[in-house]
Design a protein around this ligand. Structure first.
Ligand SMILES: [Zn+2]
Length: 924
């Protein structure tokens, strides 16, 4: 099948013509290509350890696809195939001549189809700058090639014409001429940044806070040569087009020509080979151009795009046995990138099977004197081929652009909320009505490469049963990849004693870094519901049964001691082989509860641990997984939906699993977690079952179930909606000291319920400093209003309201700010008197007692008063004081000597002519 081209003996005149034509535009002369050896697509079985070691010595191998343990697909010439066969490997030729194959496949397409010619790529840069002039530079030259073409670059940032002190990121593509996907991905990335700027908050933040440099087509000579030999695409030329002295063969492999460890491994010294390293280190103009750009800049992160193995290559390329000091962080971040596309992460010697020296990424990382250290990855775009099918192109772009955004982000520190722990109350880590709880949040600097500057974390909640005691905390700088938490200064909040058990509580945690916001919602179920059924799987089968649900499919449910969730216990239910063994192919087993009598809506709560086959890297799709089904009064089994949803949906891969495509399931891998399902009332008895199904081939450890409980919720209630703001509206200025707050009435999904309303007024926008509060205001006609019973001092206030249907409070409406501006009419209640300065209570939160600290200018009597949130006076205090700093102690008792409950209190201090008020949190 070997096909050869006749050598034209091209003259230098012909070369000049070629350059002129190539530079002039899309009209290309018919070019007679160089002599070439066809490159084949071949398959070899997964090598033995000994063969693998020898493969590593075959420096010029180019893997196109690697399936660990199964096979390797390579792009190889005849001589390489012969060497593979000498190793005893059975070589199967899939495509005898890739270029001919690609050209045939592309014939009938219009020129380059979804790929860009050099001229089209240049036109794209011009078009992008015309469309997004505010955030892109004009294309600019970073150098000129052997054949006289310009190597173009573009910078994307706010104020693109100014060199701002922002972390810098570099993307390049097409070191290798036959790898056009990287060009498309980078042009599309620029477009996404342009489209998202001003509309997508994250992209806007990145453009405003980074300088992002693109060199989308480093090797135009080789790239244009491919256009000449294959005008519709499909050319397999790899190198640049340098004339090699003393050789008839042209070109240098640009990704073997960088000076660091030049010539050490994975190169050929033969100018006729595809991985010819060049006559000397950085001899090539393209390599010099990229190096000069790097030295002139301070790139923190860098992607160099190639094709087609589907990998993130980390340094060192030159020797797999040598690790960089940053090896762990390179790999950890690579795995995070791979969540977008499933690419393999590692050094070339691991994931491609060969070492190679003189690569761009080894040099950009190694060179730390002429420029700062750059964290560089070689990205091998996946897909079927160097020239993938047209319909693969959108997916190859979609699965790489998000990883590019992740790399841009990681050039500077940025926060992620990675942990959240409740303490206090009765210590059970579950919020109960009336409890005051501490919330400790763990924040990670998600960049493994750069320091994260100071951040602020804020907790908010629209839950009408929550009073926030402290809702903001500042974090100092965090080193790359490290964590911090507010365990010295927890957030504090109180659950109203009126909160019904089973109420779903949501807190929102937001960490802000100069406008970059990491937001996470955390959900708890408040209080303890009566248990209808409970099983900790420590006392035998307890009425449970299990069975295969599809004929000839496996049921592997059994009790196992390999994993356990119960404190002090040993056992859980497992689907899968005993202990760590994987589950079987073609399984469909149900673990079925006994029939349980019920009288109301119930909540099924259970702990589970999962390891099942999900589509790697593509969040949300799975082949195998587990789900929950419910039967009411012996009726048909119906799938039930957990409160927080399933994690995946079934992908029909033709693997004959028991669940139809699109079925929601739990899948992938997660550690023990609790989920819950609300089962509506109306039935006399319930059964539920945990059902696990798998298709062929790939497995996992399986599914464990433990600590199953069915809780009675009482009649199911749908809480009312939030009332709507009528006034005062956001920013309204009021000339009266006691404003009237008005809302449009809320609606209640449950019919025939009379609503009541609650109002809250705060001094601070975080809503931790209450000034006035009321519950139980009867609903008015269309609107409901409340006039404050106290006068407010001049200043800014924030208010919100909620509706209560008699069973449960609905959410609070978004807070609105108003300003009291009476011009001194409200001197009755100055917020901070001139001669009396509050210094705050200590300790805080008050552990059953506190000292109210103040500074007074004149000696005399100080009177104090403690109020609850409803404005009722709880306690009166009195002392004689000298001038200066003073403390008035409150023992936490009311006027009749009884300890007051945990919660927020207001206090007031009064001298002969001054008055000031504050608030405190008391914790028992
Ligand atoms: Zn490449």
């Amino acid at each position: 099948m070997r096909r050869s081209w006749t050598h034209p003996g091209s003259s230098s005149l012909a070369l000049c013509l070629l350059v002129l034509i190539g530079a002039a535009g899309p009209v290309l002369a018919q070019v007679v290509p160089d002599d070439r050896e066809p490159i084949m697509k071949v398959r070899i079985p997964w090598p033995s350890a000994g063969q693998a070691a020898q493969l590593r010595g075959m420096a010029d191998l180019e893997p196109m696809h690697i399936a660990p343990g199964e096979e390797i697909i390579l792009a190889s010439d005849a001589e390489q195939v012969a060497r593979l066969e000498q190793l005893g490997l059975r070589v199967e030729i899939l495509v005898p001549d890739l270029q001919a194959y690609y050209i045939a496949r592309r014939s009938g397409h219009r020129d380059y189809g979804p790929f860009y010619t050099y001229a089209e790529a240049v036109a794209q840069l011009d078009g992008l700058h015309a469309q997004y002039p505010a955030i892109t530079t004009e294309k600019f030259s970073i150098g000129t090639t052997f054949e006289g073409r310009t190597i173009w670059a573009m910078k994307v940032s706010d104020n693109p014409g100014i060199d701002e002190a922002e972390p810098e990121v570099l993307f390049d593509a097409a070191h290798h001429a036959r790898e056009p996907m990287g060009v498309s991905i980078l042009i599309e990335t620029i477009r996404r940044l342009g489209e998202g700027y001003g509309s997508d908050p994250e992209i806007t933040y990145l453009v405003d806070n980074r300088e992002i440099w693109f060199v989308p087509l480093l090797n135009p000579d080789g790239y244009v040569y491919n256009q000449q030999i294959a005008p519709d695409g499909g050319g397999m030329w790899r190198k640049n087009r340098r004339i090699n002295e003393g050789s008839a063969c042209r070109g240098v492999d640009l990704n073997r020509n960088y000076p660091f460890m030049w010539g050490y491994s994975g190169v050929s010294f033969d100018p006729c080979e595809d991985n010819y390293l060049g006559p000397e280190p950085n001899s090539e103009l393209e390599v010099q151009a990229l190096m000069q750009l790097c030295v002139a800049r301070q790139f923190i992160t860098h992607f160099s795009y190639h094709s087609v193995a589907g990998t993130y290559l980390v340094p060192w390329s030159y020797d797999v046995d040598v690790k960089t000091p940053d090896d762990a962080r390179f790999r950890a971040f690579g795995e995070r990138l791979a969540t977008w596309n499933g690419y393999a992460v590692g050094q070339p010697g691991e994931v491609l099977g060969y070492d190679c020296s003189g690569t761009s990424t080894d040099w950009t990382y190694a060179e730390q004197i002429l420029k700062p250290k750059t964290f560089s990855y070689g990205v091998e775009v996946g897909g079927s081929d160097f020239w993938p099918m047209d319909d693969e192109v959108p997916w190859l772009i979609e699965s790489n652009v998000p990883a590019n955004l992740e790399l841009i982000k990681a050039a500077d520190g940025y926060p992620a909320v990675v942990g959240c722990r409740l303490s206090g109350g009765d210590g059970d880590e579950t919020p109960d009505p009336g409890e005051t709880l501490s919330l400790v949040v763990t924040v990670e600097n998600a960049s493994p490469f750069a320091q994260m500057g100071p951040t602020e974390a804020i907790v908010t909640s629209d839950d009408a049963y929550v009073s926030l005691g402290s809702a903001a905390v500042s974090f100092l700088s965090v080193a790359p990849g490290r964590r911090t938490s507010n365990n010295q200064q927890p957030f504090v909040f109180t659950i109203d004693p009126a909160c019904p058990a089973g109420h779903t509580l949501t807190l929102t945690i937001m960490v802000d870094l100069n406008g970059y916001k990491a937001v996470q919602n955390r959900v708890w179920s408040v209080g303890d519901l009566p248990e209808v059924f409970t099983d900790d799987v420590e006392g035998g089968e307890n009425g449970w049964t299990h069975a295969a649900l599809t004929l000839h499919y496996a049921d592997q449910w059994h009790q196992d001691i390999y994993r356990n969730h119960t404190t002090g216990g040993t056992t859980s239910w497992k689907f899968g082989q005993y202990a760590s063994g994987d589950y079987a192919s073609y399984s469909d087993g149900a673990l079925i509860s006994p029939s349980i009598p019920v009288a109301s809506t119930c909540e099924l709560r259970f702990w589970h641990w999962m390891d099942a086959e999900a589509l790697q890297g593509v969040s949300g799709l799975a082949y195998d997984g587990g789900l929950i089904e419910v039967s009411r009064d012996g009726g048909p089994w119906e799938q039930a939906t957990p409160a927080l949803g399933y994690t995946h949906t079934i992908l029909d891969g033709g693997g004959l699993g028991p669940f139809p495509e699109g079925t929601p399931v739990f899948s992938g891998s997660f550690d023990w977690r609790e989920d819950w399902i609300v089962i509506q009332g109306g039935a006399q008895s319930l059964r539920f079952r945990f059902r696990f199904g798998s298709d062929s081939v790939v497995g996992g450890e399986g599914w464990y179930i433990d600590d199953v409980r069915l809780l009675a919720m009482g009649p199911q209630n749908a809480p009312p909606t939030a009332p709507q703001l009528v006034g005062p509206v956001e920013g309204e200025v009021l000339g009266v000291p006691a404003p009237t707050l008005i809302v449009a009435n809320a609606s209640d999904p449950d019919p025939q319920t009379l609503l009541a309303y609650g109002f809250r007024v705060f001094r601070d926008e975080l809503l931790t400093d209450p000034v006035a509060a009321v519950d139980g205001i009867a609903e008015g006609a269309g609107t409901t209003s409340w006039t404050l019973p106290v006068w407010l001092a001049d200043g800014d206030y924030y208010w919100q309201a909620y509706a209560d249907d008699g069973t449960e409070r609905g959410p609070c409406m978004p807070r609105a700010r108003f300003e009291i501006a009476t011009g001194g009419a409200s001197v009755e209640a100055p917020p901070m008197a001139r001669g009396l300065h509050l210094l705050g209570p200590a300790p805080t939160p008050a552990p059953g007692w506190t000292d109210l600290r103040m500074r007074i200018e004149v000696a005399g009597v100080v009177e104090g008063a403690i109020y609850d949130l409803q404005g009722r006076r709880v306690r009166s205090l009195r002392m004689s004081a000298q001038g200066g700093e003073q403390r008035l102690r409150w023992d936490g008792n009311d006027d009749r000597g009884r300890p007051v409950a945990t919660g927020l209190y207001l206090y007031e201090l009064r001298t002969a002519d001054q008055r000031a008020a504050g608030r405190l949190m008391l914790v028992r």
